[in-house]
Ligand binder design. Structure first.
Ligand code: ZN
Length: 489
């Protein structure tokens, strides 16, 4: 093992991972995918060919806990938690800053929100207006995986242009993105024979980076390796290893299981608490690592979410309804012809007409939604500023409480199905997220009532002195001395 110094350095310190209530077996026999590439990567690294940050450089770690709800901290008891649960996030609040409520964007979807977090812009401005591309023929299944859909630079672009080292471990909309170290967020489409790991291997940077982790521990091509708690734990191992070894100046790191369990079980369930306790333990592990590396003087840790969650009891399959009304045709799981089609987003949907000037179709769409108890239709021109996000559409449909708009095309269009979701009006308190920040530049003990997801980009830009083009100011969590020093520079 003398050839592989990462093996030792990447080990998770035993004292840094608090106990979790579910057995998590990350260490197990590993399939040897391509030892040649692992050796090549290690050789490149050891020879200094791969970039590494200087220990004294300012750096930011941005961690998104998907579906991190503000109300868990505003009213722990009502949400099944105690004041002592989630100790790592509470420690961040006491040693740093806490923004109680962060309003997300519309639609309150994962990819639009993450992209606003790193651009300071609304979805229609940055180009990621939905999780899924507008692609009726494939029933909107393709995701915005690719960074070339971005219309404006992210803080990762700006950091890289400044010569800083960036990492995604992983981050939404990151395939071919501006990352020196990139474990991209990507999954296969239904029917695709490639596994998630195959796709990551195709798009990682440096090429074959993932081979190192496949070779040394915890990763295989099986779904087990890339789903659930095991996925988050594997990604945690990857994040920590890359951070320890290369000290990036800006890292985006996405924890996902907290969202999956809320979709499945709704807001209040033992599994939801378990997932947040688990995510909190990962944050504790990151904080322990920063201490271990003596990196707090140079490092700012920001932990936030992309949206909250609301419960529903009934799905409304809008395009199945439109088929019933003769507005579109469904064939082989896709929408082949349409006069009007819905781009569903859980708590909302965007209804587009093939010909926006076709008054007959427009009137028919309006009449369908006139008296339904499960949705409110707004003509695009009457959408209030808070719901300005998707961009070009003819109508915005908001789900009423208890209802959800999924992508399924099959009848019945009204389907009893309970769970959690998001995508709706971001002014709904249940959809608000929160933010914790600690470390370099953060005023200890700061409590801020509210901010907006777009302001997080300005916070990162201030911390790393990046020329972000955004109208949104950073939330007031920075140390006065830091602000004064920044101005002097
Ligand atoms: Zn999300």
């Amino acid at each position: 093992m003398a050839f592989y110094p990462w093996e030792k350095r990447a080990a998770v310190p035993q004292d840094s991972l608090p106990e979790v209530s579910r057995p998590l077996n990350i260490i197990r026999p590993v399939p040897k995918l391509s030892p040649y590439f692992s050796l090549l990567f290690c050789t490149l690294f050891l020879s200094g060919c791969l970039p590494k940050g200087d220990a004294t450089d300012p750096r930011v770690i941005l961690i998104s806990i998907d579906g991190l709800r503000a109300d868990i901290f505003l009213d722990p008891t009502a949400n099944g938690f105690t004041e002592n649960d989630l100790p790592s996030l509470r420690r961040m609040a006491s040693e740093g800053a806490h923004i109680k409520e962060v309003t997300t964007v519309f639609p309150s979807h994962t990819f639009p929100a993450h992209t606003s977090m790193v651009t300071g812009r609304l979805p229609f401005e940055h180009g990621i207006s939905h999780n899924h591309l507008f692609d009726p023929a494939r029933n909107f299944e393709p995701w915005y995986w690719w960074a070339d859909s971005l219309k404006v630079p992210t803080v990762f672009h700006l950091a890289q242009e400044k010569g800083l080292i960036t990492a995604s471990t992983p981050w939404p909309v990151s395939v071919s993105g501006p990352f020196d170290y990139n474990i991209p967020e990507i999954e296969p489409m239904s029917g695709q024979t490639l596994s998630t790991l195959d796709l990551v291997r195709r798009h990682d940077r440096p090429s074959k980076l993932i081979e190192y982790f496949a070779f040394f521990g915890g990763l295989s091509s099986s779904a087990e390796s890339t789903h659930g708690f095991q996925r988050d734990l594997n990604l945690h191992h990857i994040f920590k290893t890359i951070f320890r070894k290369t000290l990036p100046h800006l890292t985006g790191y996405h924890i996902i299981q907290t969202d999956d369990v809320q979709h499945k079980h709704g807001r209040h369930h033992e599994s939801v608490k378990e997932a947040f306790v688990f995510a909190d333990s990962l944050i504790g592990s990151v904080m322990a690592m920063i201490s271990d590396l003596n990196q707090w003087p140079a490092t700012t840790l920001i932990v936030t979410g992309d949206h909250g969650h609301v419960d529903h009891h009934t799905d409304i399959r809008l395009n199945a309804l439109f088929e019933q009304e003769g507005l579109l045709t469904i064939q082989d799981g896709g929408i082949t012809e349409w006069d009007a089609v819905a781009h569903p987003a859980g708590g909302s949907a965007f209804i587009r007409l093939k010909n926006p000037t076709d008054a007959t179709v427009r009137e028919k769409v309006v009449s369908i939604f006139e008296d339904v108890p499960w949705g409110t239709l707004l003509a695009a021109k009457k959408v209030p500023p808070a719901l300005n996000g998707y961009g070009e559409t003819d109508f915005v449909l908001l789900a009423e409480a208890g209802y959800n708009f999924p992508g399924e095309l099959v009848q019945p269009f009204v389907f009893q199905h309970s769970g959690g979701g998001h995508g709706g009006d971001p002014r709904n308190p249940q959809l608000k997220t929160t933010l914790f920040a600690v470390g370099r530049g953060i005023e200890k003990g700061t409590v801020v009532d509210s901010s907006h997801t777009t302001q997080t980009a300005a916070l990162i830009a201030n911390l790393l002195d990046l020329p972000l083009d955004s109208q949104q100011p950073a939330p007031p969590v920075l140390e006065q001395s830091f602000l004064t020093a920044s101005k002097r520079e």
